[in-house]
Design a protein around this ligand. Structure first.
Ligand SMILES: [Zn+2]
Length: 391
């Protein structure tokens, strides 16, 4: 779930003068992936820091000498991410500020270093932690999913599989109802093609162990905003909008995948920041308990993270599709499509090919051709959740 992968920055809101020169200004935790996290202690000046490891329960202890928290920092609720399940603070001696990171096991390796101030950043003590034990249940689940998707029969491990919560994939068949989308060379509607493709992909995804929700399952119109709202309501982990292209030139052909660009998503994120219901839209977190500026930082991180994840999935789709069909040059493209503007759900838009191209139109109308596309999408979903998402 996104909740757990979330990157957090807690800001020191106040500055204060004190007898002690150096202060802890900030604690920041971010996850690169399921196995790697980075913990950063921001300091107003260099400080003496001691690291130690303890077992039962496994934890890392960071003792900072003669550098108390700046007012307001310690009172913050330190949210966690990656494999770090909790961050605690204490004061074992009057001069020592202790920070404890709870670890999932003793099999965590650590590297640390200090960075001098630069470009507006303060002194930073950085700890990179690597969890060396991959989660067995996740692997078992993913392998199962892969096997089922490619119809290679193999024994599954139901006991382990049940440990993992099903990922939710939202399929969004483009257009519908009064909006036919593009009309093909042979007179077929894009809205019908996208619905067929979505229904067929749904079957394969479900076989592979995913929960699948669709923005529409019949021929009716759903607003673009409505599609995003449905994805939020469904608590989707991934959103795939399905379309087919059309161009004035009948020679244009090839498949492409779109994700949003930084520019295109800024406005939506800003609107979210302003909106009254931002509380439950962002990971179900109640932002009202944070200072407004912290809320905005959280949204900003969510947006950046989501764009990054969207791009990762898009790249996996491109990789898998390249094995099956013709791609447009630079098949992963960026655009400000409204349905891609969820600040917190990784979203891609698939253009399956050109309905204005006679050959591609003919192919796209065939179930066997779409089946190749569906299977590639499912393989990309498997890789995405295995490689790029913390379970
Ligand atoms: Zn379309």
């Amino acid at each position: 779930m996104l909740k757990k992968v979330f990157v957090l920055l807690l800001c020191a809101v106040f500055m204060a003068t004190s007898a002690v020169a150096q202060k802890i200004q900030d604690l920041r935790l971010s996850a690169n992936d399921a196995q790697n996290v980075r913990f950063v202690v921001d300091l107003s000046d260099q400080a003496e820091i001691k690291l130690s490891r303890l077992s039962n329960p496994p934890r890392m202890v960071i003792d900072v000498e003669n550098a108390p928290f700046e007012p307001g920092v310690r009172e913050k609720r330190f949210l966690t991410t990656g494999f770090i399940t909790s961050i605690r603070t204490g004061k074992p001696t009057p001069s020592t500020t202790r920070i404890v990171l709870d670890l999932p096991s003793d099999n965590v390796t650590e590297k640390h270093f200090t960075l001098a101030p630069q470009a507006g950043s303060p002194w930073r003590f950085v700890i990179d932690l690597k969890h060396n034990t991959p989660q067995v249940s996740v692997k078992a689940f993913s392998n199962d999913a892969q096997n089922i998707a490619t119809q290679a029969p193999q024994k599954s491990e139901p006991a382990k599989k049940s440990v993992t919560k099903k990922k939710i994939v939202m399929l969004d068949p483009g257009h519908g109802g009064q909006d036919p989308g593009a009309i093909s060379r042979s007179g077929k509607y894009e809205k019908d093609l996208t619905l067929k493709m979505a229904k067929e992909t749904k079957v394969l995804l479900e076989k592979a162990g995913y929960k699948v929700v669709m923005t529409r399952d019949k021929d009716y119109y759903v607003t673009l905003r409505g599609r995003i709202e449905k994805a939020h309501k469904a608590n989707a982990d991934l959103f795939i909008s399905i379309h087919a292209d059309s161009a004035a030139s009948s020679s244009a052909k090839g498949l492409s995948v779109y994700t949003i660009s930084e520019k295109a998503s800024d406005k939506e994120a800003a609107a979210l920041a302003e909106s009254a219901n931002k509380a439950d839209i962002l990971f179900g977190m109640d932002l009202s308990e944070y200072q407004p500026e912290v809320g905005n930082i959280l949204i900003d991180f969510a947006k950046t993270y989501t764009m990054d994840q969207s791009a990762k999935y898009a790249d996996e789709v491109v990789k898998e599709m390249a094995k099956e069909v013709t791609l447009r040059p630079k098949a992963h493209r960026y655009a400000g499509f409204a349905v891609l503007k969820s600040p917190n759900i990784p979203s891609v838009l698939l253009e399956m090919g050109y309905l204005s191209n006679r050959d591609e139109d003919k192919q796209l109308q065939k179930e066997s051709y779409r089946n190749k596309l569906s299977k590639a999408l499912v393989r990309a979903v498997n890789t995405y959740f295995t490689k790029h998402v913390e379970q």
